[in-house]
Design a protein around this ligand. Structure first.
Ligand SMILES: C[S@@+](CC[C@H](N)C(=O)[O-])C[C@H]1O[C@@H](n2cnc3c(N)ncnc32)[C@H](O)[C@@H]1O
Length: 282
């Protein structure tokens, strides 16, 4: 595996994914009862945005750094900016990965498990995040962890599935693992990230999700480059199953703000819509 997230940390896809993740974490905290968060492809805790890899790709500069410079006061991004510690007029020295964002959101009654295949990344999570006994990090295959650790004893919580899409089979593996997990734990909140490269590939991804015939799927797509422009990643897709109340409206506004702040002029779009209904017809 060649994938290293340090090249991509803080790009617009990370921003979109983390805005959705934070909304779901906040929603779980509306109730006192503890929850469980499973991050199946965790990466590390924090990414140094001065590191040569991050500097070379420039993705954070065109993503989160630009967003902070353009839209710091935006009301829909307020919680996100506070979670990443953005300050007016200051470039971010480092960017939190999903484990850091989850760890920061946990209350004493909540629990998290971070699963990462690369030992160096997993060890970085252990080093960088103070677990306070509520967090475990495991070096393992994220899909195997979905099988092993769901449903959680809390019976409430979320699962983030954020694979690197290096393999052509990744979507298939993810949908299979998600389908199995959902059968065992149909009330969990699932957030699954997918890349958007072209209009036809995007429609094909939606169709594959739809074919699972699982209700309450919210799709949240944000593109900042023209589709089919051959730019690699045109957009970021997030499928949220069992989205918390208010997620549709919130993500429409928040993604609108991100698009306005960093999309190429006249390019891209925001689409936040239900892919499947509240109940599936028999
Ligand atoms: C897109 S990055 C994760 C980013 C992170 N979720 C975040 O939002 O900050 C994907 C991660 O998955 C890891 N990975 C790749 N294959 C894996 C597998 N089968 N199981 C668990 N982790 C895997 C990679 O090493 C990489 O760190």
């Amino acid at each position: 595996m060649n994938y290293r997230h340090i090249y991509h940390a803080g790009n617009f896809a990370d921003v979109a994914k983390h805005v959705g993740l934070l909304y779901c974490l906040q929603a779980l905290k509306r109730k006192e009862a503890g929850f469980f968060a499973l991050d199946s492809h965790a990466g590390r805790g924090f990414y140094d945005l001065q590191a040569p890899e991050a500097q070379k790709s420039g993705e954070a500069d065109r993503g989160v750094q630009r967003l902070v410079a353009e839209t710091l006061g935006n009301e829909f991004l307020r919680d996100y900016f506070s979670a990443i510690r953005a300050r007016r007029g200051k470039r971010l020295p480092r960017y939190p990965g999903s484990p850091a964002l989850i760890a920061q959101a946990l209350r004493p009654q909540d629990r998290a498990l971070f699963v990462e295949l690369m030992p160096a990344e997993a060890r970085a999570v252990e080093r960088e995040i103070d677990s306070q006994g509520r967090i475990r990090t495991q070096i393992d295959d994220g899909y195997a962890a979905l099988k092993a650790f769901l449903p959680p004893e809390e019976r409430r919580g979320l699962v983030l599935i954020d694979p690197p899409y290096e393999s052509l089979d990744e979507l298939k593996m993810m949908l299979q693992a998600f389908g199995d997990a959902y059968r065992r734990w149909p009330s969990g909140i699932y957030l699954m990230w997918y890349p958007i490269r072209s209009a036809s590939q995007r429609s094909a991804v939606h169709a594959r999700f739809e074919a699972l015939r699982i209700p309450k799927m919210l799709l949240a797509d944000l593109a900042i480059h023209p589709d089919d422009a051959g730019l690699g990643l045109a957009g970021s897709g997030l499928m949220i199953v069992n989205p918390p109340y208010g997620a549709d409206e919130f993500l429409r506004d928040a993604y609108g703000a991100i698009h306005e702040g960093i999309a190429a002029p006249g390019a891209g779009y925001v689409e936040v819509t239900r892919l499947t209904p509240e109940r599936m017809a028999q």
